[in-house]
Ligand binder design. Structure first.
Ligand code: C2E
Ligand code: CA
Ligand code: CA
Length: 616
């Protein structure tokens, strides 16, 4: 618009001088100006809406200053050259022309203050000197007038410009603030690693890139083993400090450009490796992280030992979407936790088969007539000193109409994961209690409970109701729970265990020694028995490590006044060692495999003594 004003005023002045001034001045120069201004108008029209890169802005502003000076000087010189050719009216037109255009230009260049000032100085300087030198009173008055008006204009310009500057600065501040917020929203405040949200964002972008560039991508999910009890034992601030150091140790391994580490929440971390990915390097990275975390953590209160289970999946080998890739890494983590605690597991096609099989088992379980298809078998628990059976552990069996017999090691974890284990516990417990009611008074019943059976008061009350309705004396019942069931939700587990103890049931800690929080669980729960896991019993006569573990577990439980059952004793050699270590209660194939309910009475009537005599 500034160039439009400039040109229209210029042509108006040129026309009044058309017949009095030389053609070059009245026509030639305006034509030249028109071309110059036209080019500039075109330039502005074309770059309308573009935001120039920051680096280009300063030089573009400098160009505007120079151009402003050149244009102001050219137009002013031109009008001064015309002046001598005119009569009084035409001369006044020159004054009018210069005054009106300079005011318009100041106004138009309000946001480029330096250019506006320069144009004002050039035009008004010339104007005042030129018209003052004419000696005409009217023209001198006009010059003074325009000088004062321009002064006023400049003051207004300054106020406007200051406001404009404030606005730009405020905008800049808001932008910086929102950038800071964005950063905070993507950072885990404790470890200062990228958080869950940042992780999934990065997963999406690197997945798209891997697809486009045809390269592989690995996702690893890390879960700490033995972290939860740290909070209980040493307090949350110790837990926080530990997590912070875990983050630092992991970051040391993930220092390459192609690796991205984040904390998903709690004691769960995850990493992404892009670019040159193969199973071996990824597993090696996972194992390195695992070994870094096994180094003891020194805190002011204690030396803390933890480990990490890691699940890894690689695109495109086993996944075709980012979600699938993450889910499969998570599944591999679950497998790690179950089978190779403290190690890395790579998701392979073997796991895909497993997932399909598990899904089939879960579907079948949900639709099965569980009251009929489930049955219970009983494995005796003996006192090796007296050679007498003291009780039986009830073990679930499932004979599915559709799938045939499915082992409990398979369907129990599936039911637990699917959250439907309560559907199984109820019929199993009813059957076990009904069978045990027919046993002699001194024979006890052990029954396995899952985490979900004690993770709410309602579930626990359901169990209590079944026991009460069965007519079986709760004093003769031991409920077996695992450490994992307890550390899942310590407070509720304690509450449930106390409720069960109150009605007279015993509580046995199953698979003792396989977890990491044994001592905490022991201190905080009213337990009555420990069951030493069978993994420590296998070939105990040849393994110093197993020997030492079982010996210290037996000593520990004796000191705590708890009975101990050693499970999974298969051979006479193992049994001899257990007996020598002072173990009294024993369960295992060496005496009997789990037997049918109907065979319990026959078993109690004698066949065991033979077995005991063999080693006695
Ligand atoms: P668990 O509670 O540790 O039960 C002991 C398992 O060890 C049983 O396997 C038993 O048959 C097996 N076993 C006993 N003696 C020996 C031995 O000398 N050598 C070896 N190698 N194994 C021995 P089972 O019946 O297959 O049960 C597997 C797991 O399934 C159980 O482990 C328990 O965790 C779960 N389970 C079984 N029944 C139930 C149930 O009714 N409810 C719940 N929640 N879980 C159950
Ligand atoms: Ca058990
Ligand atoms: Ca066990």
């Amino acid at each position: 618009m500034m160039y439009f004003i400039l040109l229209s005023s210029t042509w108006a002045l040129a026309l009044t001088y058309l017949h009095t001034a030389p053609r070059l001045l009245s026509l030639g120069v305006p034509c030249l100006f028109t071309v110059m201004c036209g080019a500039r108008i075109l330039f502005w029209l074309r770059s309308r809406g573009d935001t120039p890169p920051i680096a280009a802005v300063a030089s573009s502003m400098r160009r505007i200053n120079i151009l402003g000076a050149v244009i102001a000087a050219s137009f002013t010189t031109w009008s001064c050259l015309l002046y001598p050719y005119g009569d009084a009216f035409q001369k006044s037109h020159v004054a009018f022309y210069m005054a009106i255009t300079v005011i318009s230009c100041i106004f138009c260049m309000m946001h480029v203050r330096s250019a506006a000032l320069m144009v004002t100085a050039i035009v008004n300087g010339t104007f005042v000197v030129f018209f003052a030198s004419t000696g005409h009173l009217t023209l001198i008055a006009t010059a003074i007038n325009i000088l004062l008006v321009c002064f006023g204009m400049l003051v207004v310009l300054k106020i406007n410009y200051d406001n404009f500057e404030q606005m730009v600065l405020a905008q800049q501040k808001t932008e910086a603030l929102s950038n800071e917020n964005l950063k905070l929203a993507n950072i885990d405040s404790l470890t200062e690693l990228p958080n869950r949200r940042a992780f999934f964002h990065h997963l999406d972008t690197s997945f798209t890139l891997a697809q486009a560039e045809n390269h592989r991508l690995a996702v690893g999910v890390i879960d700490l083993d033995g972290f939860k009890p740290v909070n209980d034992l040493y307090g949350h601030s110790a837990g926080d400090r530990l997590l912070k150091e875990v983050g630092e140790r992991l970051q040391d391994v993930c220092n390459a450009e192609s690796m991205f580490l984040s904390r998903l929440g709690g004691d769960e971390f995850a990493f992404i490796i892009s670019g040159q990915v193969n199973e071996n390097t990824v597993l090696a990275a996972g194992n390195l992280m695992g070994s870094k975390l096994r180094i003891p953590f020194e805190t002011p209160d204690a030396t803390i030992m933890i480990s990490a289970s890691i699940g890894i999946a690689i695109y495109p080998d086993v996944a075709s979407t980012p979600e699938e890739l993450f889910d499969r890494a998570d599944y591999a983590l679950y497998q790690s936790k179950r089978e190779h605690r403290g190690n890395s597991t790579l998701f392979t096609t073997k796991h895909i088969v497993e997932i399909h099989r598990d899904a089939r088992v879960e579907q079948t379980l949900r639709q099965a007539d569980l009251a009929n298809e489930l049955s219970v078998v009983y494995q005796p628990i003996l006192d090796v000193n007296s050679g007498k059976t003291v009780g039986f552990e009830a073990l679930a069996r499932w004979n599915s109409k559709l799938l045939g017999t499915v082992p409990p090691a398979q369907f129990i974890p599936i039911a637990e994961r699917a959250g439907i284990i309560n559907m199984l516990t109820k019929p199993l417990l009813k059957k076990a209690l009904a069978a045990a009611k027919t046993w002699p008074q001194h024979i006890r019943l052990s029954f396995n409970l899952s985490a979900q059976d004690i993770n709410s008061s309602e579930a626990t009350l359901g169990i209590i109701a079944i026991i009460a309705n069965s007519g079986f004396d709760p004093q003769r019942l031991d409920l077996e729970i695992t450490e994992t069931a307890i550390i899942h939700d310590t407070r509720q587990a304690r509450k449930s265990v106390e409720m069960l103890r109150k009605i007279g049931c015993g509580i046995s800690l199953d698979d003792f020694g396989t977890g990491y929080s044994s001592l905490t669980s022991l201190h905080s729960l009213p337990l009555t028995k420990l069951k030493i896991d069978r993994s420590f019993v296998r070939n105990i006569q040849d393994s110093d490590a197993s020997y030492n573990i079982v010996r210290s577990l037996l000593t520990l439980s004796r000191e705590m006044g708890l009975d101990t059952i050693v499970e999974g004793v298969e051979t006479q050699a193992e049994l001899a060692v257990i007996k020598a270590l002072g173990g009294t209660l024993v369960q295992g194939y060496v005496f009997s495999r789990p037997i049918q309910a109907d065979d319990v009475h026959a078993f109690l009537n004698g066949c065991v003594e033979d077995s005991l005599q063999q080693w006695a």
